[in-house]
Design a protein around this ligand. Sequence first.
Ligand code: NAG
Ligand code: NAG
Length: 247
Amino acid sequence: MSSFLSLLLVAAAASDGSSIQLILVNNCAESIWPGLLGSAGHPTPQSGGFHLGPGDESAFDVPVGWSGRVWPRRGCSFNNSSGHGSCATGDCGGVLHCGGRPGATPATAVEMTLGTTRSPLHFYDVSLVDGFNAPVSMSPVGGGAGCGVAGCHADLNVCCPSKLEVRDGDGKVSGCRSACRAMGGDRYCCTGDYASPERCRPTVFAHVFKAVCPKAYSYAYDDATSLNRCKASRYLITFCPPPTSRN
Ligand SMILES: *[C@@H]1O[C@H](CO)[C@@H](O)[C@H](O)[C@H]1NC(C)=O
Ligand SMILES: *[C@@H]1O[C@H](CO)[C@@H](O)[C@H](O)[C@H]1NC(C)=O
């Protein structure tokens, strides 16, 4: 099929009002293997994962009302015929197609709920609550009032507090854990006595995350400015978005 024709088909699929198009773009210098997972009761698109080479993009539809997450997997190696292998970060049980399996932490998460029975608005955010492994952003194509950019545009691996670092076999920092994941405890995880926005205040670690990535959730009760509300028919999810860009 010509790329022009496939572009037309993609555009037609996105305009029927019952689905929303997600366009995943890899702006990193290396391959990314996006992982996808539907929330309870929601399907997992694209078998839950695929390979995205540097500079590549992939567009697909999810139904209106879809809720779920997308995260980057890095440093993967899979057997091309069996789909078995592993990823240095974000691995979902050693398979290319996550098919309902969550990813390992630390991993940056793009979370979205694209309309509910109570509201047609789409909610989306980029979360560091499960840590960080690659810069990611999400923004609407077009959009309007309230349609902001969610994202962690900076490479948190290069300024990760040493207590939170995860290093690969070569000693390079490949991920930055959240304080909750690294140290546990109610204070860092906003659980038990700290299970409310009033009691669970940002820690020194959350302040570091917020300073580096102001448009991402740094901890469970981060302020509402990290959550975007919008209604668009297409969204762009970019791995390694240009640091200075507004999308
Ligand atoms: C598997 O496929 C990828 C992407 O097409 C390719 O780069 C890689 O060399 C292949 N691996 C093997 C073992 O064939
Ligand atoms: C890849 O998977 C195929 C099919 O399961 C298997 O026959 C082959 O031995 C595997 N290759 C490697 C290098 O593990």
